[in-house]
Ligand binder design. Structure first.
Ligand code: FAD
Length: 503
């Protein structure tokens, strides 16, 4: 029997996952990726003057067996040979007037510390930590795509996850900013919104803390690109085809079915199915010319909130940070005066010190990353003038080095490498709409956790979307799962039993 074929647009984690599961289920798969030679999309890294800049991974849900996502990473060969660092701290918030809040990943220690600092907030603290403990017992239903679930699966899922559904109902309605405001202690009030994005529902924090406590949200040493390369290796090992330098310009359709793609060099390639694991806006409005859309989908692109674009500043320093505990979220240093970055006011300097990954820097040296949320239009306009764009990036790097020097005296003289990536850099390398680093933001007002976005478009058969533009909240586990789910849907259509294997 000849293999049915699937074309996958985009070799990010969603595309690679779709490729791997496609191969495991006997489809001929071809991934077309616009990058010259690197897999992973946003999950990438780049080299500068002997330093490696890790462009993505802070922590990976499913890094350890305490979460079902671990099985998916094993199926994808993602962690083959990689050492995992389980963080000692989630992070710290350093306030100018109110001291420092250290958040250990051990939640028993965190609870004790919070109560010592803020006995007046004891009840809130106990309520928060007991919700984290409920989340520690939860197993998210990741095995089956919602699209292939039957009534029995849904009942089983509700029954198994009842305590978590109650958590979602309660905590999804509250943003971190609103929650922080409930505390009496000024340090906790200020710290909570700074730990994730202020508009995030508290549920995200509860789940992340639960996974970290269970040692299932660590960091694979080697970083983002090595992680992506492991999955690419698995994909190629399964017999998948990878085509780099292949920008898809158009998705070919005939009589309401996707039948292939056209690259920007004019060549056409045909397949039984097409999965787009590339940017959602470009897929719907450019590659499909906005022909397969309804009000609901148009509404997403007009109204939903995006993860903001980032300015990503990496500094290589001739210095070690021995003694500083490994930290997932890094240090948020409150600034004496707000700083404007691309028109957006910053109150904190978010500092990630990669002292736990020796592969990123020569011996005795360390990579530091500072990220700012910024405004896409500002950088897009600035990019039109090369000189001004470069000058702005240099100025920002100077400012960051000075601020870091205040926090770590002597650092300015130890700087050996500086690199600034703007939102336009993210667009150039990954084509993500408005430079968004994780697609749609989930907030209590815009999208609730558990709500599903369809992977199909109206009027178009044999076509599916995967990745962060159909998985609000984004993130590596969600997009890998999305690729897996797309293949489950195709298997169902082909009346095939979905199968997986671990290398
Ligand atoms: C700074 C940063 C930190 C992050 N930290 C974490 C973290 O700690 N943990 C976590 O879980 N997640 C993290 N994320 C989020 C995570 O990286 C993303 O959600 C995820 O990688 C998105 O994967 P994707 O495959 O959906 O999309 P992408 O990575 O955007 O992949 C899409 C691919 O499609 C390609 N493409 C686009 N258009 C075309 C075209 N026309 N033709 C051919 N190819 C095309 C792109 O080049 C790209 O390779 C972080 C992201 C960033 C930027």
């Amino acid at each position: 029997m000849t293999e049915k074929s699937i074309i996958i647009i985009g070799g990010g984690i969603a595309g690679l996952a779709a490729g791997c599961y496609g191969r495991m289920n006997g489809f001929r798969t071809r991934i077309y990726e616009l990058h010259k030679k690197k897999p992973g999309g946003l999950c990438t890294a780049w080299k500068r003057q002997g330093y490696t800049i890790n462009g993505c991974l802070h922590w990976l849900i499913g890094s350890g067996p305490g979460s079902k996502f671990h099985m998916i990473w094993r199926e994808l060969g993602a962690l083959e040979g990689m050492k995992i660092v389980d963080f000692e701290e989630y992070g710290r918030f350093e306030s100018i007037a109110d001291g420092t809040l250290i958040i250990p990943t051990d939640m028993d220690r965190f609870e004790k510390r919070l109560i010592e600092i803020a006995p007046q907030d004891r009840l809130l603290i106990r309520e928060f930590i007991s919700a984290v403990r409920v989340c520690m017992r939860v197993e998210l239903p990741v095995d089956k795509a919602p699209e292939v679930m039957g009534l029995f699966d849904i009942i089983k899922m509700i029954f198994k996850n009842f305590p978590f559904l109650r958590i979602i109902r309660k905590w999804n309605k509250i943003s971190l900013k609103e929650y922080g405001d409930r505390f009496k202690h000024p340090l906790i009030r200020k710290a909570f919104p700074e730990l994730f994005l202020p508009d995030f529902p508290v549920t995200f924090m509860l789940m992340s803390f639960a996974w970290m406590h269970k040692k299932s949200a660590g960091y694979p040493v080697g970083g983002s690109l090595e992680f992506s390369r492991s999955i690419e290796k698995r994909y190629l090992g399964l017999g998948g085809e990878m085509h780099y330098k292949s920008r898809v310009a158009k998705i070919l359709t005939e009589h309401g079915r996707a039948v292939g793609i056209k690259l920007d060099d004019g060549t056409e390639h045909r397949a039984d199915y097409v999965i787009s694991a590339a940017d959602g806006h470009a897929t719907i409005f450019d590659m499909l010319e906005g022909k397969y859309i309804d009000d609901r989908i148009r509404g997403y692109y007009e109204k939903l909130l995006l993860f903001p674009p980032l300015v990503y500043i990496a500094i290589g320093v001739n210095r070690t940070f021995r003694g500083l505990p490994s930290s997932a979220g890094g240090i948020a240093v409150e600034l004496e005066e707000p700083l404007l970055v691309g028109g957006v006011e910053q109150r904190c300097l978010g500092v990630h010190i990669y002292n736990f990954d020796p592969t990123l820097a020569p011996e005795g040296k360390t990579v530091i990353v500072v990220m700012f949320q910024t405004d896409f239009e500002y950088w897009k306009k600035l990019r039109e003038n090369d000189e001004q764009y470069k000058a702005e990036k240099e100025k920002l790097a100077d400012t960051v080095v000075n601020l870091l020097d205040r926090r770590f005296p002597g650092l300015a003289a130890q700087v050996e490498m500086r690199d600034v990536a703007s939102p336009t850099t993210f667009v150039r390398y990954t084509n993500n709409w408005k430079g968004s680093f994780e697609g749609w933001q989930v907030t209590p007002k815009t999208w609730s956790i558990g709500k599903v976005m369809k992977k199909t478009l109206p009027g178009l058969d044999n076509f599916y979307m995967a990745g962060q533009w159909v998985e609000p909240g984004g993130g590596l586990p969600a997009v890998a799962l999305s690729g897996r789910h797309a293949i489950q849907i195709i298997c169902k259509k082909e009346r095939k039993k979905f199968t997986t294997m671990v290398p």
